[in-house]
Write a protein that binds this ligand. Structure first.
Ligand SMILES: Nc1ncnc2c1ncn2[C@@H]1O[C@H](COP(=O)(O)OP(=O)(O)O)[C@@H](O)[C@H]1O
Ligand SMILES: [Mg+2]
Length: 263
């Protein structure tokens, strides 16, 4: 089971869209996917038409029961989506209080990793959606993942935010003696503007070996797909945006393969 986190400390850069679209691309290949929402705003659930206040339980409850987790207990908190290959471990507002309750306790950064180990046999890929905040949830997400996907909007302000995210990963990696592997994904690329190609040039100068050598184009179909509560891949047959996420998935799968051979 592969575990990937989609993170960036900037909001509105396409994190949730990336989680849903990659899940859609994986589902089309027949892969079983678990999406984990660690954002207290629960936008991943809302995207899929699942009301986080109506679900039987959430990631929050599992964090609170972390000393008595079982496979059955974890599975009881996972809900199906309209796509049979894709399940969701939902978020609730209560997640926002975890920083206060957990931050000073030993081993609190490894709860998500521990609970995902219980569903190892159920899924091919886990995709974790992060809030734009460096807190106990992002720490848990990074610690649980084999690879991190960092979407960056192709405009200058967003690149500033990226520097912060990369510093965070370096800092956390150092304290845990892990060299996080990550891929930067340029999003909302609009070749008709000046800002998008200029931002891409800047990215390739600053992060040459970490940059996905392709882009997710700006595509109004993403908004239409989210209104229909479907991944773009399941909303419309051919879209430029959906095809781009298919290509990103191929890249990530081969990258993971190469990675696995090394270790
Ligand atoms: N490639 C894209 N083209 C057009 N709109 C996009 C694209 N990616 C995301 N969006 C839209 O931008 C908004 C923010 O995206 P979202 O994935 O929620 O960002 P984040 O999770 O980082 O806050 C949403 O309304 C989404 O539909
Ligand atoms: Mg989001």
């Amino acid at each position: 089971m592969k575990i990937w986190t989609v993170a960036n400390q900037k909001g509105g850069v396409g994190k949730t869209t990336t989680v849903v679209s990659l899940a859609g691309s994986l589902a089309k290949q027949g892969k079983r996917v678990l999406m984990v929402d660690t954002d207290p705003h629960a936008s991943l659930g809302y995207y899929l038409g699942i009301d986080s206040e109506q679900v039987p339980g959430s990631l929050y409850d599992l964090f609170m029961q972390h000393q008595s987790l079982t496979r059955q207990r974890v599975m009881a908190h996972i809900v199906p989506t309209r796509i049979s290959e894709i399940d969701l471990l939902p978020a609730t507002m209560a997640l926002a209080t975890l920083d206060r309750t957990l931050v000073h306790k030993e081993g609190m950064g490894l709860i998500l990793k521990k609970l995902l180990a219980f569903v190892e046999a159920e899924y091919d890929v886990v995709l974790i959606d992060c809030p734009p905040v460096l807190g106990v949830l992002m720490v848990n997400s990074l610690a649980a993942s084999q690879h991190i996907i960092v979407p960056v909007q192709t405009e200058f302000l967003a690149i500033k935010g990226l520097d912060r995210m990369v510093k965070t990963m370096l800092m956390m990696g150092r304290s845990k003696k892990i060299n996080y592997s990550y891929t930067i994904v340029p999003t909302m690329f609009d070749k008709r503007t000046k800002a998008s190609p200029a931002a891409l040039t800047q990215l390739s100068q600053d992060y040459a070996n970490r940059l996905w050598p392709d882009v997710i184009p700006v595509d109004t179909k993403f908004r239409d797909a989210s209104l229909a509560h479907l991944p773009i891949t399941h909303f419309a047959g051919f879209t430029r945006g959906g095809k781009a996420y298919d290509r990103l998935l191929d890249y990530l799968l081969t990258k993971e393969f190469a990675h696995a051979k090394l270790s």
